[in-house]
Write a protein that binds this ligand. Structure first.
Ligand SMILES: Nc1nc2c(ncn2[C@@H]2O[C@H](COP(=O)(O)OP(=O)(O)OP(=O)(O)O)[C@@H](O)[C@H]2O)c(=O)[nH]1
Ligand SMILES: [Mg+2]
Length: 321
């Protein structure tokens, strides 16, 4: 069963990508929006509240330093996480996202909110980011009632001809399409949800679905999928027979273990059609391998409960020597 989202909602956008997508989602969901970043340039969106994380004296702060600064203003963040539900949008491919988002998710959970998190994972070639993204993802999962993951790498792997800008546009629209569908009564799975998308504006819905399947296969074992949701953007122009065959194909491929398949249609301003496939899985995804220590259960890791961070301690005590 999908989860119902209680209102009032606060959308929280973390970092550059989080702020960009959250500001657009705010218009779709017509709700309060709070942007949090250690970069002032991310916070220039009208109609959104801002919170600047000041990592004093550092030009290129690490995630741990950003976390230290977040802890310094945690009371203020708690006060601003208003309402019953927090929808958190972040990028785990950047220091801002990995630094701020797991802490905000944890605070929201501790304050008894329903936490719905949308996260973007790095390209595989960003090798220095994979470990940190993997650890942060695990923390986000622990603090979220529902987690939606979109993987830059899976999109690029299947579409190596795309440039980075196109890739960003496609993943960001997929996130916004799913966020927008919430107002049409479409629900999300309680587990980990892997969001896959076709390239934009294909003329053929069936090849768009193939694109999304390719992305899915590079992220999860299809046998682990518990629930699947097909979003056809521009679907109001697709013949009903084609829609029927799309759902049947998903059912044939993923429905072996009684997997439920749902369909959501929405209109599109462009001529083509895009097909998104959201798969709800219980545990195992390719992201588990980003952190080699994942094989150790978290309750056996001594310092797992406290998130690692660097604190700058300012003291006016005189030196004794
Ligand atoms: N899908 C998608 N990925 C993005 C976007 N912007 C950045 N990324 C990914 O995030 C990585 C880091 O880019 P940044 O520009 O630092 O992203 P950011 O959201 O500002 O990250 P922080 O400032 O660290 O929160 C990129 O290499 C991409 O992997 C975007 O608009 N869409
Ligand atoms: Mg940034």
């Amino acid at each position: 069963m999908g989860i119902e989202i209680e209102t009032p909602i606060t959308i929280v956008g973390v970092g550059g990508l989080g702020a960009k997508v959250a500001a657009q989602a705010r218009t779709k969901l017509n709700t309060r929006c709070l942007l949090i970043s250690n970069d002032k340039n991310d916070l220039n969106y009208p109609d959104c509240e801002n919170m600047f994380i000041d990592v004093k004296g550092l030009l290129n702060p690490s995630s741990n330093s950003i976390r230290g600064a977040v802890l310094g203003v945690s009371n203020e963040i708690m006060v601003r996480l208003d309402g019953s539900t927090v929808i958190l949008i972040c990028n785990l491919a950047g220091n801002g996202g990995t630094g701020i988002a797991p802490l905000v998710a944890k605070m929201a959970k501790q304050a008894g909110k329903n936490v719905i998190s949308f996260v973007v994972m790095p390209f595989k070639f960003e090798t220095n980011k994979l470990f940190s993204a993997g650890v942060s993802l695990k923390r986000m999962q622990e603090s979220s009632n529902c987690l939606v993951i979109i993987d830059n790498d899976a999109l690029l792997f299947n579409n190596p001809d795309l440039n980075v800008e196109d890739c960003y546009r496609i993943t960001n629209s997929a996130l916004l399409d799913v966020l927008g569908s919430l107002t049409n009564g479409i629900s999300l799975g309680e587990e980990i949800n892997v969001l896959c998308t076709s390239k934009d504006s294909l003329n053929d819905a069936e090849s768009a679905l193939k694109d999304s399947f390719k992305m899915l296969y590079s992220e999860v074992d299809p046998d682990n999928v518990r629930k699947a949701m097909l979003y056809v953007i521009g679907g109001d122009r697709v013949p009903i027979g084609v829609l029927d065959s799309l759902v049947n194909n998903v059912q044939k491929i993923l429905g072996k273990n009684g997997t439920e398949v749902g369909l959501s249609l929405s209109s599109s301003s462009s001529n083509g059609v895009r097909v998104l496939l959201m798969a709800s899985v219980l545990e195992q995804t390719k992201f588990n391998d980003y952190d080699p220590l994942n094989i150790i259960p978290s309750d056996s890791v001594l310092d797992w409960d406290e998130i690692e961070c660097d604190m700058k301690i300012e003291t006016s005590l005189p030196r004794i020597d």
